[in-house]
Design a protein around this ligand. Structure first.
Ligand SMILES: *[C@@H]1O[C@H](CO)[C@@H](O)[C@H](O)[C@H]1NC(C)=O
Ligand SMILES: *[C@@H]1O[C@H](CO)[C@@H](O)[C@H](O)[C@H]1NC(C)=O
Ligand SMILES: *[C@@H]1O[C@H](CO)[C@@H](O)[C@H](O)[C@H]1NC(C)=O
Length: 345
């Protein structure tokens, strides 16, 4: 009997002791986390889960600051919770084309307060080992965003990779697809230039563009050369159209995005059903670079990396003519499909 009572008492003491220690630990943790619970800067008009498009621009700009911190990995789990941030699958993907201006397009769209970009090229759908990791892995590569914002990623290899259209279709058959193109010959030379730079960095010699683009035996355009094949836009687009209706694509004029970005960006805003927010204020021409730079707000602006807008090598004019002639019928077909004409020669 006595033994039983003692056992009971011990049990009670144990429970009380555990509670005390638990509370103490909780308090320590709480105090320890107080600093971290503070948001980075004061929050204006936090409206909980009901963040809508009516949100004032200034608030969105603050949130952009927070998202920026998050991307740099400086923000805490608490802040993610506090601001209802989530990782979302992209609602729109920039699928290509390589050297079409995909980075510029993504960065410029990111000026829109309702757009969040995946900074890295994810290469989920075109890379088999990545694809095998599954859709949750893909989602985990997406930036944190508010539920009302849309996430956009770009991986230019998607456009020319056989398996990609079906794989994207399986993820979201109504996803919006952005394709940015440039005049095909210019794009091919730009493609060549990028590869050449890589070779030069490794002290490797490389063929001249003319030698690669023209088959020396036939003196015809070498359609086996990748930089040429990639520029036959209609061939690639037709593969996508087996899965997606043409209305789900928006084609951006990459040449115009360089010389006069705003109208192109406004067309994309419409396509994505976003309220028009990107303005001339956000884009200023930097004469030294000969390129537009981005102004997010009074303090934060950004010019695209130096490797963009490379000087192209001089290409033999007869080769240029030959290529333009070669691309011409493919371009006509492309215009016909997309319902938009470009001033390509
Ligand atoms: C698929 O994409 C459309 C268009 O962006 C979007 O409205 C829809 O929410 C997406 N569906 C899923 C399940 O993500
Ligand atoms: C390339 O060659 C230059 C000059 O010959 C040399 O200084 C440089 O270290 C080399 N770079 C590499 C990556 O081999
Ligand atoms: C313009 O470009 C030059 C050269 O890249 C750069 O040093 C300068 O900071 C830029 N100016 C602005 C206002 O962005």
């Amino acid at each position: 009997m006595l033994f039983k009572q003692q056992a009971l008492l011990r049990q009670k003491l144990f429970v009380l002791g555990s509670l005390a220690i638990g509370s103490l630990l909780y308090l320590v943790a709480r105090v320890g986390s107080l600093g971290r619970l503070q948001p980075i800067c004061p929050i204006e008009g936090r409206s909980g889960s009901h963040i809508s498009e009516q949100i004032p621009l200034r608030t969105l700009q603050f949130q952009r600051g927070l998202l920026h911190e998050l991307r740099k990995g400086n923000a805490m789990i608490e802040q993610i919770r506090l601001h209802n941030l989530v990782q979302q699958l992209p609602q729109a993907i920039i699928i290509g084309v390589r050297k079409g201006g995909t980075r510029a397009l993504l960065e410029m769209l990111n000026l829109h307060p309702a757009v969040v970009k995946a900074s890295q090229e994810v290469h989920f759908f075109d890379n088999d080992p990545n694809y095998a990791k599954g859709i949750e892995w893909y989602k985990g590569k997406m930036p944190f965003s508010h539920p009302h914002q849309i996430t956009i990623e770009k991986s230019p290899a998607y456009f020319i990779t056989e398996e990609v259209p079906e794989r994207i279709f399986k993820m979201n058959s109504s996803i919006k697809l952005l394709l940015i193109v440039r005049e095909p010959t210019t794009r091919a030379v730009s493609d060549y230039t990028q590869v050449l730079e890589g070779k030069e960095r490794k002290n490797k010699t490389y063929y001249k563009f003319e030698k690669l683009a023209i088959d020396p035996n036939t003196c015809e355009v070498n359609t086996k050369y990748k930089a040429v094949r990639t520029s036959i836009y209609t061939k690639h687009l037709e593969k996508w159209l087996k899965y997606f209706p043409v209305e789900q694509f928006h084609i951006v004029d990459g040449d115009r995005l360089i010389t006069d970005p705003l109208p192109e960006l406004q067309l994309v805003e419409q396509f994505l059903n976003l309220p028009p927010r990107i303005s001339q204020y956000n884009l200023y021409f930097n004469a030294t670079r000969g390129f537009y730079c981005l102004r997010f707000n009074i303090v934060f602006n950004k010019c695209l990396a130096g490797s963009k807008g490379r000087i192209h090598p001089d290409v033999d004019p007869s080769v240029v003519t030959k290529l333009r002639k070669f691309f011409h019928p493919f371009n006509q077909k492309f215009y016909q499909i997309i319902g938009r004409t470009f001033n390509w020669p």
